[in-house]
Design a protein around this ligand. Sequence first.
Ligand code: SF4
Length: 692
Amino acid sequence: MDRLAATAVEKILAGERLSPMEALALWDLDLLLLGSLARRVRFRLHPERVVTFVSDRNINYTNICLSGCRFCAFYRPPGHPGGYVLSREELARKLAETRELGGTGILLQGGLHPDLPLSFYEDLVAFIRGYGLQVHGFSPPEIVFFAHQSGLGLKEVLRRLMAAGLTSIPGGGAEILCDGVRRLLSPGKATAAQWLQVMETAHRLGLRTTATMMFGHLETRAERTEHLLKLRELQDRTGGFTAFIPWTFQPGGTALGGEAVGAHEYLRTLAVSRLVLDNIPHLQVSWVTQGDKVAQVALEFGADDFGSTMIEENVVAATGVTFRLSREEIVRLISQAGYTPRQRDHLYRPVEGNIREARPAQASAGAFPPETPPEGAAAPQPPAGGERGNSACPPGTSAPWPPPDAIPVALIARVGAHRDFLDRGVEYEGSRLLTTPFGQANPVHVFRQGGLRFAVLSRHGEAGYEVSAPFVNDRANLYALKTLGVRRILAWCAPGAINPAMAPGHLVVPHDILDETTHGPYTFFPGRGPGFIRHQPVFCPSLRRALLAALEGCPFPVHDGGVYAATTGPRLETVAEIRKLKLLGGDLVGQTLVPEVFLARELELCYVALCYVVNFAEGVAPRPYQPGVLFEGLATEEETARVQAVEAAFGELALKLLPALATATEECFCSRLMERYRRRGDLGEDWRTWFP
Ligand code: SF4
């Protein structure tokens, strides 16, 4: 082993990042050594022996394509008799079938068709979302093409597709991100820089994407390494890639021809990918090109995801390679390999049973080709019951509320909070993905401990910090919790201290709010009468008492009372702003409890907050500016260690506090805050009738 390769191995074992030269040196390592290193990294990133998969269908809306890629056996040039644009009728049939088979999404891609307007793609997305399916759609070359055709910028095209309901973007069309190779393979398609630019723009707009690499054709291993390094660099800046999927070129029926590389090279590339891409969370096997046996072996070479059930696949099939696996076979293959299979959605969120995300149908009378249903047949409609997620008690129905299996108490907390309970082995009932009249809620995870059912929702998303404070959909989150029967909420948050007595690592149960935010929305009833309600006390007094009692004996200092000053993030406040908040009576400053607490009150939920102080606010204690560290050095190392101790105790603490809150005596008016509007007839007795 040469010196660079030896250094690379040492660095991997120490959890350090590889330099470009060290990454290149990996290719010469023994295959089994590479596999064991990649496996080690996989378990460092995902300690559970779980392999995820998604149940979806590939739909190719057209095979007519101007690009003429030399590796592609799927496309037909414009005017070719074998060209097609999928009819709405055929699409509706495929969507209904996907739902029947338990699919949660559609991987939507197509050729670069010269005549379809942007509204065609918007309608396509909205139509699919109307069936309660996610749309993982349009690879970067398609987006570049749409922008070119429409005369709009990439950002505007992406915004319009997002508004239509696009869930995420697949990483197709990357091939090898080196223009020398691309010029030979696919001269009519997006350049490497354009591919990366689409992904960066999408990530900055909040869309998650995957990344792919098609290898084993004209490229060198050095070019594969360059491809990986370009992805790693972009991921460092945006954090928007969820997964990487390398797959091998299939030469059958293509202009390029040649031989497919074997399993040895596939596994080597997979392992190198895991080792270089230290910042992309998931690595997917490609059973569609490798077959089921190699896919099982790939789980020992760094992969943690089995990809899609692919109810339908056309592009690889066009080359003559037709591996097919049902959902049951995937589950069996993962289990046989010694892992627990877990179904996920296109955002890598767990899916339980047949739970699906849904949106109301939005198909417009736009440019989607009109179809006449067959004689005597009804026009395709979104399936009934799929428009409001899987709630046990769909809003607007006459089903009893709270539902018989109501979840009495919920925790709204930090990123990935549910993992604290998974790690502690708390009984897990699964997750709920609910779409509300106010949009998509974050996943709600349901646990059971000692007879108590409780829900956990991550306010800012479940990986990284997906949704910063002003952009959290508080209305959807609270509506979803209420739908599940939740009546009491513990809100966990991490403010800075204005009051120097509340030091980092201390807990505070605030008693009042000072709202200095400007973002909203602050009400469920914009432009209507309700919502004019008293906010004293703003936190539920019954829950405050129960919380303080349950915190007795807690190892961290606890403050009974404090004014939480809410500001609009995501930036931190200036010294002058903190001085102002102090003069106004603020003890803590943060960006999360408003408008959450106000909205909770409009839904007549008991709501209490528990703050753990993470730093002194700007100017409260002198702190030198340190670029590159958390909050640019606003907290010292010692303070950070104290905060980390609280974070480490979070799960245990919550398991003690939630039962106390669930059983607290109700001596509050929280459940009657909208009584005045009920009496006036502005609101019905059943809260589910309050929202159109
Ligand atoms: S790979 Fe995509 S862009 Fe290239 S020819 Fe095939 S359909 Fe067209």
